[in-house]
Design a protein around this ligand. Structure first.
Ligand code: UDP
Length: 413
């Protein structure tokens, strides 16, 4: 068994890896293209960076293309994102036109690759119209939606659906997110890579060093939320929760670690609100990290006693998976993909308010044994359900189904 896939055997067992090789056999030599709108920042880029090399290793000719656009384009697509997650965002006719025009331009550059591919995965709304500008396509196209689309703002979804309907299949992360569409829909939750810099074990000295650099006191308890500065991640709610929890746990510190994604123009406004809420409190560490600070985030997650992800909408929440894998129970918003991962009272706690989050933080911090046993459960839960190998297996299954016409059943020898 060769290179990097073999390295998963120790974590998942040999059967899991053998099954991937078997499933990939009928796909050998197929040309697959993934398209999204950013190379770094956010969960989709995080996943593709790991998934694409593994697909290549399995003999599938896989490439990853990133569409480009001007700030107006990313401002419209961010509105799309917000509207699909339920905000009543108005989008004007000229904004819709610009969205299409940018996709038309990108289609010109990508047309050869996309038209000749056997399978094209188009991630999220940003590049969704590409399909309509590739009239002579050869392969199957899949729209992969990573967003919490459980209650989309209807007028915006109606517009986007016009582009998505022509796809051969869609993939959503949770059954709740599926929509009425004229093609098969698959439910595939995302995953983390246990071997990535973000998730590998780290020496204690490295964790100490990262904390020292950021002024985090290792002799005091620490709550952490790692997230882009986005309203849906509710960083201000996290600060409120921290301020309440500190009344019972006076040694508590908070880290809000984030950065911006190239396709997210709202970060600066959210960061302003976070700074205002923190009001110079020396126990609140607001860390703006570069997009490649994977080991640093890993260290901060490992330095945490409890991890928060107090989102009010969440497509999946890779940060939750990352924390659970590090045996940290997560106090998470009772929404979207967090519900799939935080099993209340087992791998963490689901909360809906800053008060709820504060209560659960104190509960865990005052019960180190419970903290530890929940953390152990959390890690095993991720091993079973949310590692890259499971994700890849499910993608391969869909790919085999779409390329061979075996829609209902796939036989493994
Ligand atoms: N992330 C990061 N730097 C940051 C903030 C987030 O590397 O400053 C990573 C985080 O560790 C996770 C991903 O970006 O792997 C975020 O994925 P998630 O699904 O949690 O949220 P999204 O940003 O896609 O809404």
């Amino acid at each position: 068994m060769s290179s990097s896939l073999a390295r998963y055997v120790d974590i998942t067992g040999e059967d899991v890896v053998n099954q991937l090789r078997q499933l990939a056999e009928p796909l050998a030599g197929k040309r697959v293209v993934h398209v999204n709108s950013t190379r770094v920042g956010g969960g989709v880029a995080e996943i593709l960076a790991k998934l694409v090399p593994l697909m290549r290793e399995l003999g599938i000719e896989t490439t990853w293309e990133v569409i480009t656009g001007d700030p107006d384009f990313f401002s419209v697509t961010k509105s799309f994102h917000n509207a699909l997650q339920g905000n009543r965002v108005p989008i004007s006719a000229s904004q819709y036109d610009h969205y299409e025009a940018v996709n038309r331009e990108n289609a010109k550059t990508l047309s050869e690759k996309l038209a000749s591919a056997d399978l094209v995965f188009v991630h999220d709304p940003q590049p969704a119209p590409l399909l309509s500008f590739i009239p002579k396509r050869r392969g199957s196209w899949i729209w992969r939606c990573h967003i919490d689309a459980s209650r989309p703002h209807r007028p915006v979804w109606k517009h986007l659906r016009g582009f998505v309907e022509g796809y051969d299949a869609s993939i959503f992360s949770l059954p709740d997110f599926a929509q009425r569409l004229p093609h098969p829909q698959y439910i595939i939750p995302p995953s983390i890579d246990p071997l990535s810099e973000k998730n590998v074990d780290l020496p204690a000295s490295e964790i100490d060093e990262v904390c020292r650099r950021h002024g985090i006191d290792r002799t005091r308890r620490l709550a952490v939320q790692v997230s882009r500065f986005d309203w849906f991640k509710d960083p201000v709610g996290v600060i409120e929760a921290f301020q309440l929890a500190r009344r019972s746990c006076p040694d508590l510190q908070l880290v809000l670690a984030g950065g911006t994604a190239a396709d997210d123009p709202e970060g600066a406004a959210v960061l302003d609100a976070v700074n205002t809420a923190a009001n110079g409190d020396p126990d609140i560490h607001i860390l703006l990290l570069p997009p490649d600070a994977h080991r640093e985030i890993n260290a901060i997650q490992r330095a945490a006693d409890v991890v928060l992800q107090k989102s009010i909408k969440e497509g999946f929440g890779l940060t939750v998976t990352e924390a659970l894998w590090k045996a940290r129970p997560v106090i998470g918003g009772n929404v979207g993909g967090i519900r799939l991962q935080v099993i209340d009272h087992h791998t963490g706690f689901l909360v809906s308010t800053p008060e709820g989050a504060a209560l659960r933080m104190c509960y865990l911090l005052q019960r180190p044994d419970r903290l530890r046993t929940m953390g152990e459960k959390a890690r095993e839960f991720v091993r079973e359900n949310f590692l890259l190998t499971r994700h890849l297996r499910e993608y391969l299954t869909v790919m085999v189904a779409l390329t061979t016409g075996m829609k209902d059943r796939i036989e493994l020898a």
